[in-house]
Design a binder for this molecule. Structure first.
Ligand code: 6PG
Length: 253
């Protein structure tokens, strides 16, 4: 699989502008989704890049208005750690966003990481998503928006280079052993068909360390096993890349 699918690319001055543009995109998709379907289903990305975006969404003094009463939050991936562990993506989202906006527990769907194995956590999360979206067996839910990050190695969600999870085409959620980047814990992740069923996918990428992966994925001829983000090709949805200048520094302009 060669370079990324058709995409909209916005190069931001710095990570702060990236956060503002990401928050604006999320608010715009929320408004459109609620207008058209009466609800907004959003999968959050983990890691550190999205923190500033989540903080803007949670700040009532900012201009990013979201009807939280019609919003439902999910997670693109999770580490197999307790929900209060500092490595937990849910903990990061709770601290930056979930605990600061009017969402009930019935509107937030973290991965239940209390099972003994990541595989069990993945199976449970798949059932959670199937129940919420009422998807038929072997079908994939169409979330309104999935946020993704990009690792220096070109991974996204917890789809790591060379991992068996890259080949999962039947399940919505699977598990993976850790990749080469920290933290070295098993993961639970949405699969490529789940990501590619979304109405819209948005990558949020900042920092010079990501520049080689951004180049390889967007304009190189990288394959999905080396740079898994290449595999994010929404079947009918929109693909958006929000990249700061440092991460875009190896793109020809
Ligand atoms: C995770 C994320 C992962 C992350 C990238 C980028 O669980 O860590 O899902 O895919 O988005 O590794 O992470 P940073 O934003 O911290 O660079």
């Amino acid at each position: 699989m060669s370079a990324a699918a058709p995409y909209d690319l916005t190069i931001c001055r710095d990570s702060d502008e990236l956060a503002h543009k990401a928050a604006a995109l999320i608010a715009q998709v929320a408004s459109e989704s609620i207008r058209r379907r009466g609800r907004f289903t959003l999968a959050l990305a983990g890691g550190s890049t999205p923190k500033a975006t989540y903080a803007l969404l949670a700040d009532p003094s900012k201009q990013f208005v979201i009807d939280w009463s019609r919003t439902f939050l999910f997670f693109g991936d999770e580490r197999h750690v307790p929900a209060d562990d500092e490595r937990s993506n849910f903990r990061m989202a709770r601290e930056t966003l979930v605990a600061k906006v009017p969402l009930s527990t019935e509107q937030v769907f973290p991965v239940d990481t209390r099972f003994d194995t990541a595989a069990e956590c993945a199976a449970e999360y798949g059932q959670t998503l199937a129940a919420f979206f009422a998807t038929r067996p072997h079908a994939f839910p169409a979330l309104d928006l999935i946020l993704l990050g990009l690792g220096d190695d070109g991974h996204t969600a917890s789809l790591f280079p060379g991992a068996a999870a890259l080949s999962e085409v039947d399940k919505v959620v699977t598990w993976s052993p850790p990749g080469v980047l920290p933290p070295p814990v098993d993961r639970v992740t949405l699969t490529f068909p789940a990501l590619n069923a979304a109405e819209q996918v948005a990558f949020l990428v900042a920092g010079a360390g990501k520049a080689p992966a951004v180049r390889d994925v967007l304009v190189g001829d990288a394959n999905v096993h080396d740079r898994p983000a290449v595999g994010v090709r929404p079947k009918s949805g929109r693909l958006t890349w929000l990249v700061d200048a440092a991460a875009a520094s190896l793109l020809e302009r």
